[in-house]
Design a binder for this molecule. Structure first.
Ligand SMILES: Cc1ncc(COP(=O)(O)O)c(C=O)c1O
Length: 403
């Protein structure tokens, strides 16, 4: 008999670095989840932009179970077929010539920042090690990635940080112009700031950043951990902008719920990671790569990508209408199926309340900071699920707005 567990066990047994909701999901199918009590939710959270194809997608279940019968792990003293197939597909579909696999977004960024510095120091000497990032950005929770991330609340309190990292305001080309120099190894940007409030870069900004990087021989690193694998309406958001990075990081949706991260780069830059320079025991794990290959096969088709753009319109027009009726939103923004409803002045700081009220009404949403309600559902969510979820969300909004 299996042991019965409850939310109270979290407070008893788990390190208290999270504050999970008071219900425990036990099963999912498509864009729906069910909790221990059999209550059903429409899932607009997608495991924070991870469940790219919803829950228990047949293609992913098939890829995982078939691989599970064959080979689980071999370590990087060997290579394996799923990793090679996935790497080939990522190279074929993007600017990249080379791929490094790991297990999470933070690890992909850790690899990216180390590679950028290695490249810069190898090619121009030890002084060229500076990394420029933006305020409010988020790149993961390792010490290097919280340091590059522009939110001191995540990097404070752990003693001395890695040196040589500066932060400038996002979407501010003049600030970058003032900060960049020949000592800059890399400029690190999320094409849409995800955790920082679902804030898209402007096209002119990214084009200008690319030019400044070229002038100063600095690498441009796009963190596409949240925006990648169809989330923006293109396979990667850089394609929407027409601005190509030198290094790109991917995770979250890449595994559709199975942990995997990837760093993509060019032939010339990749050569600065020689044998032994960097690594990961599980990086390129056959189970993860088999699932990710299936995710790419489903997402990277004209029909699915066009569907994401159409679903964006469906979300935005309805959220805008809810905002107009209730006055709770000052703006609805984002790209593809990464959408943020920015709370109007009287509701600022209350994004968590909207999350809680929405769950009570039977729909899971996210926050992106205290002032933005975030939506990152399955990329293949049915229109009927969108409509029903938004009906429930409207109920929650009405409750908060006292209507
Ligand atoms: C843009 C971005 N980079 C990196 C990360 C970190 O990814 P992970 O939590 O898989 O380490 C996140 C996670 O939210 C993210 O949104």
């Amino acid at each position: 008999m299996s042991q019965t567990v409850s939310r109270a066990d979290f407070d008893q047994f788990m390190v208290p670095n999270y504050a999970p909701a008071d219900y425990i999901p036990v099963r999912g199918e498509g864009a729906r989840l069910w909790d221990q009590q059999g209550r059903e939710y429409v899932d607009f959270a997608g495991g924070i932009a991870v469940n790219a194809l919803g829950h228990a997608h047949p293609a992913l279940v098939k890829a995982l179970t078939e691989q599970a019968q064959k080979l689980w792990h071999v370590s990087n003293t060997l290579t394996n077929e799923p990793a090679l197939r996935l790497a080939g597909k990522l190279v074929e579909a993007t600017f990249a010539d080379r791929v490094f696999f790991c297990n999470s977004g933070a690890e992909a960024n850790e690899a990216a920042f180390k590679l950028a510095r290695k490249w810069a120091i190898d090619t121009a000497g030890a002084d060229k090690h500076e990394i420029i990032s933006t305020t409010n950005s988020f790149h993961g929770r390792t010490f290097f990635t919280v340091t590059v991330g522009g939110q001191p609340k995540y990097s404070d309190g752990f003693g001395p940080r890695p040196q040589g990292v500066t932060h400038i305001p996002y979407n501010d080309l003049a600030a970058l112009k003032a900060a960049i120099s020949d000592k800059t190894a890399a400029v690190v940007i999320e094409p849409i700031q995800g955790e920082g409030g679902v804030l898209p870069a402007t096209a002119d900004y990214l084009k200008g950043v690319r030019e400044l990087c070229d002038q100063h021989k600095a690498l441009l690193v796009f963190d596409e951990v949240q925006t990648g694998v169809g989330r923006s309406g293109s396979l990667y958001a850089y394609m929407e902008y027409g601005v190509t990075p030198d290094i790109l990081t991917s995770a979250k949706s890449l595994g559709g719920g199975f942990p995997i991260g990837a760093m993509l780069t060019t032939e010339a830059v990749a050569q600065h990671f020689a044998v032994g320079t960097h690594g990961s025991t599980y990086g390129g794990n056959p189970l993860a790569c088999a699932v990710a290959e299936a995710v790419i096969d489903v997402v990277n088709t004209p029909e699915v990508l066009a569907g994401i753009r159409a679903k964006h319109e469906r979300f935005v027009s309805r959220l805008t209408a809810i905002g107009d009726k209730t006055g709770v939103f000052q703006q609805v923004r984002g790209m593809g199926l990464l959408i943020g409803a920015v709370l109007a002045e009287p509701y600022k700081g209350r994004a968590k309340d909207f999350m809680t009220a929405a769950a009570k009404a039977g729909v899971m949403v996210l926050q992106a900071g205290p002032d933005v309600v975030r939506f990152a559902p399955s990329l293949v969510i049915a229109d009927t699920d969108i409509d029903e979820g938004l009906d429930r969300f409207e109920q929650a909004v009405n409750e908060i707005a006292g209507r």
